[in-house]
Design a protein around this ligand. Structure first.
Ligand code: GLN
Length: 488
């Protein structure tokens, strides 16, 4: 195949692993500068079709790549992610680079600092290619809520890549980055990873600093990695995790060697399968793929048993009350004064606030600000917000009880494979309901990994969600490795 024909392909089945790339740098076979340049070429040819990158940070990337090459030339030890090209979801800030969060209201804003996760990647040698498209303020499940147009799924460009980190998942699937960062508040890493056929990690709440993450719902927001291989996703998590004095909710727990954890065989692990996740609404092809994944875990020596999570049915309303309530408070700061867009046509200050917000925010963001403000208002607070918090606690306790009996819980990541662009945009409720399998872990604060687990007859990827108790990411990686190794 000519190189042109190759570049025309959107989807890359088995990109190189971090270990393979590292060996090439150490031997001198590949230069970081050349690799970065080849990724920019790839982006130039594929981005017009997929709309993944919103802005590129070439100067910073090439400077970093040159630093890596200088180290390699001297024979100095290379840091863990030396020369690895990564992309950053545009809700994480990079000093001096545009940070839009997929919103018009942040147009022109250039933050003066780096998010902690971004700084940690760079300190480990990664080459930061640019900022990646997403749903506006990470609100959505299809990437169709971006003010900068939807991302297309590399596997089938008529379909959504999932959301809100759709661009981060598509970038890895299309080999427009070796790995990416995303954020997950109610499924935004797991669901797009599943739709695009890549690995996505939901770290335990507090495992990764939220400093420099543009806030959606602060009690739920997490930063996590995407990669093509489970072990690489584990390596990335190890780099970005850890306590950060700049995020008071970040966990003081020590960070294990997640990649080494993922190398341990899954044999002997107890796997729970919740009946509530295999009920009405689950696409039969997705069910069949996940059942194959469960069979593979049995074959790998795991014991599989049923667990019960009966409050799952309340999770979507609880999530959409809490997330919108927090969003309505977090988004109050966008007033046309401090950041980005300001409406030009206002006579008074208060007109300027309302015009800037009216013109700057998209329909879904406005819907959520209204919902959240309503749930928090006097007279409704107890009935909605407070009640939701109580059920959230019940959901978390239900998981804790389950994890007393099993080491990990496996479910489908989403009830269907990737849907068509436009299919759900007219029905926000249908879009919300499809988050049923991911919002529970978000509310409970526990961790998980989604790993590719077969395909539908039409060739669309299916993802298996592997959940584990707080700070137990290592176990989720072990299980995910076993599913990956089965090659379903
Ligand atoms: N799809 C969910 C929502 O729209 C989750 C988004 C997210 O995790 N950021 O809120």
């Amino acid at each position: 195949m000519s190189s042109e024909a190759k570049a025309a392909e959107n989807y890359v089945e088995k990109p190189k692993t971090l270990a393979e790339l590292r060996a090439e740098f150490v031997s001198g076979q590949t230069k970081a500068v050349d690799l970065a340049a080849s990724y920019y070429d790839r982006i130039a040819s594929v981005n017009p079709r997929l709309n993944v990158y919103l802005s590129l940070t070439k100067e910073r990337a090439l400077e970093q790549a040159a630093r890596v090459d200088a180290l390699a030339a001297k024979g100095d030890p290379l840091p863990l992610l030396a020369g690895v090209p990564v992309g950053i979801k545009d809700v994480l800030v990079m000093k001096g680079a545009p940070a839009t969060a997929g919103s018009k209201i942040l147009e022109g804003y250039r933050p003066p600092y780096d998010a902690t996760a971004v700084a940690k990647l760079e300190a480990a040698g990664a080459v930061l290619l640019g900022k990646i498209n997403c749903d506006e303020f990470a609100m959505g499940s299809s990437n169709e809520n971006s003010a900068y147009g939807p991302v297309r799924n590399p596997v089938d460009t008529e379909r959504v890549p999932g959301g809100s980190s759709g661009g981060s998942a598509a970038a890895v699937a299309a080999n427009m980055a070796v790995a990416t960062l995303g954020s997950d508040t109610g499924g935004s890493i797991r669901q797009p990873a599943s739709f695009c056929g890549v690995v996505g990690v939901l770290p335990t709440y507090g495992r990764v600093s939220r400093y420099g993450l543009i806030a959606f719902a602060s009690s739920l927001d997490r930063v996590g990695p995407f990669a093509a291989h489970v072990r690489d996703a584990a390596t990335l998590l190890g780099v970005i995790a850890g306590n950060d004095p700049k995020d008071a909710t970040s966990s003081p727990a020590p960070v294990p060697d997640f990649a080494a954890e993922s190398d341990k065989p899954a044999e002997g692990l107890r796997i729970g399968v919740p009946a509530e996740y295999f009920a009405e609404g689950l696409d039969p092809e997705v069910r069949a793929a996940i059942e194959k994944g469960i069979a593979a875990l049995k074959a790998a020596g795991c014991t599989v048993k049923p667990v019960s999570l009966p409050n799952t049915k309340y999770a979507v309303p609880v999530y959409y009350l809490i997330a919108t309530a927090e969003a309505s408070a977090n988004l109050a700061r966008f007033d046309g004064v401090r950041y980005g867009y300001r409406s030009p046509a206002s006579e008074t200050l208060s007109d300027m606030y309302s015009h800037s917000r009216d013109e700057g925010f998209g329909a879904e963001v406005k819907r959520r600000i209204l919902l959240g403000t309503y749930a928090l208002s006097a007279g409704y607070y107890d009935a909605y917000y407070l009640k939701a918090q109580q059920v959230r606690r019940l959901l978390a306790e239900e998981y804790l009880r389950a994890f007393a009996e099993v080491d990990a819980i496996v479910t489908p990541t989403a009830p269907t494979a990737a849907f068509k662009l436009g299919e759900k945009t007219g029905d926000p409720l249908a879009m919300y309901l499809a988050d049923i399998y991911t919002v529970t872990a978000s509310l409970a604060g526990i961790c998980g990994v989604t790993v590719p687990c077969g395909k539908t007859a039409a060739g669309l990827p299916v993802g298996m969600q592997v959940l584990a108790a707080h700070l137990n990411e290592g176990t989720a990686f072990r299980v995910a490795r076993a599913v990956e190794a089965a090659g379903i």
